[in-house]
Write a protein that binds this ligand. Structure first.
Ligand code: IMP
Length: 445
């Protein structure tokens, strides 16, 4: 078993949570290294459905330690809520959770700024953020003046001094830039952060040291990429992206271990494409077929509840993303959603201003003008829901998968055939035993 990264190859919501959950039992450390509460992993364990935002999926497995690395934009209020919610459902949260003292903290004023700046942006120029304060928090991190990290959160006096400077400044800044000071209240911001800090204190440590020690002792690590490669701040459809390095290239900085140790990169995508928020989406279907995919696939955001834009699989973006991250294998989820469609499409090129593109251009305006070149395959009428064997798939579905493999250049090893954990085909890889989530009687933090 190798150190592994699981990463979405599209615009998020690919179903990484399910693949990570299948793999978790083989790994001792499960690490989040980027993004924050903008992410949403849904994991179905039996009848129970867990929606995790900041918490690594490893928390559901008793053999694993869940690690939140320094590259995460950590909203302490959301994390405390998540811990409470898990405990209320009998999931053990204790020394199996480690939070980096170097992670940057998302505060109320980051969330206010996210909302105000989106409201001010012109129609069409809106990123359509999740309003979780991600961009403003990472902007503070790069700006450095008065940014707040988890280690600052642990020092109440220092935290109060910083807030006494920052909060009045932000109020003035917001009023000047957006005509609205956001209703920021110093005492409220301070109390909220200090209360959360007290809850989180037992889990805070130098997670880089922890991971390097555990790796030296033989632990195998699973890195849980959040968001998706097409939302990567450097390589995605900029500026309609998130503010972090979403691929395995984010691991060195975001987890504090050498990224080169990761040998296995599992890229996850759906059998079709979805996107939430603004930005170009060449293979989007704005017709009844797109609506049908949305309803069949229950394509509504885990974090925001927004309806997702749906389209045929974008082979151009998928190959670009797979090559960029060096994907060694592909997880293709939601194959069951496509059952019953007369034909299924794959976008194999973009046409822009008379030119054919086989890769993703840098310029989002150019991408907005791009027309998809679709190739169609015969659909399958048999319901593939719940199938666990590749051989049992209809021949048309096998042909569709083989075409994707040849287009992307890596094998499809995990195929999703339904939402729950066991509705899945694992080719040449062993799924871990059903969840080992430790049930305890704890009810709150
Ligand atoms: P932000 O990360 O909240 O700043 O949002 C930036 C863009 O990324 C928006 O279009 C969001 O909808 C999108 N986004 C961020 N995280 C996710 C995710 O986990 N799934 C899907 N879209 C996401």
């Amino acid at each position: 078993m190798d150190h592994t990264c699981v990463i979405g190859l599209a615009w998020g919501d690919e179903g990484k949570g399910k693949v990570i959950d299948l793999l978790c039992p083989h790994y001792q450390q499960v690490v989040r290294y980027n993004g924050g509460a903008n992410a949403g992993h849904t994991v179905c364990v039996g009848e129970q459905r867990f929606g995790l935002h900041l918490m690594p999926t490893g928390i559901l497995h008793s053999g694993a330690t869940a690690v939140i690395g320094p590259g995460v934009a950590l909203d302490p209020v959301v994390l405390v809520d998540e811990i409470n919610g898990l405990r209320a459902r009998g999931i053990h949260v204790g020394d199996n959770l480690k939070i980096s003292d170097r992670a940057h903290v998302v505060t109320a004023y980051h969330k206010i700024e996210d909302r105000l700046s989106e409201a001010l942006a012109a129609e069409g120029g809106r990123i359509g953020t999740t309003a979780r304060g991600i961009g403003p928090c990472y902007a503070d991190k790069m700006r450095r003046h008065n940014a707040i990290r988890v280690c600052d959160l642990m020092d109440s006096e220092h935290l109060s001094e910083t807030l006494e400077t920052v909060v009045p400044q932000r109020r003035k800044l917001f009023a000047a830039c957006y005509g609205d000071d956001g209703g920021l209240d110093l005492d409220q911001v301070r109390d909220e952060l200090l209360t959360a800090a007290n809850h989180l204190r037992p889990y805070v440590c130098d997670t880089g040291v922890h991971l390097r020690e555990r790796i030296a002792a033989g632990d195998i690590v699973l890195f849980e990429g959040a968001n998706g490669v097409m939302l990567d701040v450097d390589h995605g459809t900029y500026p309609f992206v998130t503010s972090s390095s979403t691929g395995p290239h984010g691991i060195g900085g975001g987890a504090g271990v050498p990224g080169a140790m990761v040998r296995q990169v599992i890229g996850v995508a759906k059998a079709y494409a979805t996107r939430v928020g603004g930005g170009p989406f060449v293979s989007e279907l704005t017709d009844a077929t797109g609506d049908r995919i949305r309803e069949k696939g229950r394509e509504y955001g885990t974090t925001t509840g927004r309806p997702r834009r749906c389209g045929w699989l974008d082979g151009v973006a998928l190959r670009y993303a797979a090559e960029l991250v060096g994907a060694t294998e592909l997880g293709l989820l939601h194959l069951d959603t496509l059952s019953g469609f007369k034909r299924v499409g794959i976008c194999t090129a973009y046409q822009v201003d008379g030119k054919t593109w086989n890769t993703v251009p840098a310029d989002a305006r150019l991408l907005e003008r791009a027309a998809p070149v679709f190739e169609y395959h015969k659909g399958w009428s048999d319901d593939v829901r719940g199938l666990q064997s590749f051989e049992a798939l209809p021949p048309e579905a096998k042909t569709y998968l083989a075409r994707i493999e040849s287009l992307i250049g890596c094998p499809v090893t995990v195929i999703g055939t339904g939402p729950s954990r066991d509705e899945c085909i694992c080719r040449g890889r062993r799924a871990g035993p059903a969840t080992t989530a430790k049930l305890t009687g704890e009810t709150d933090v």
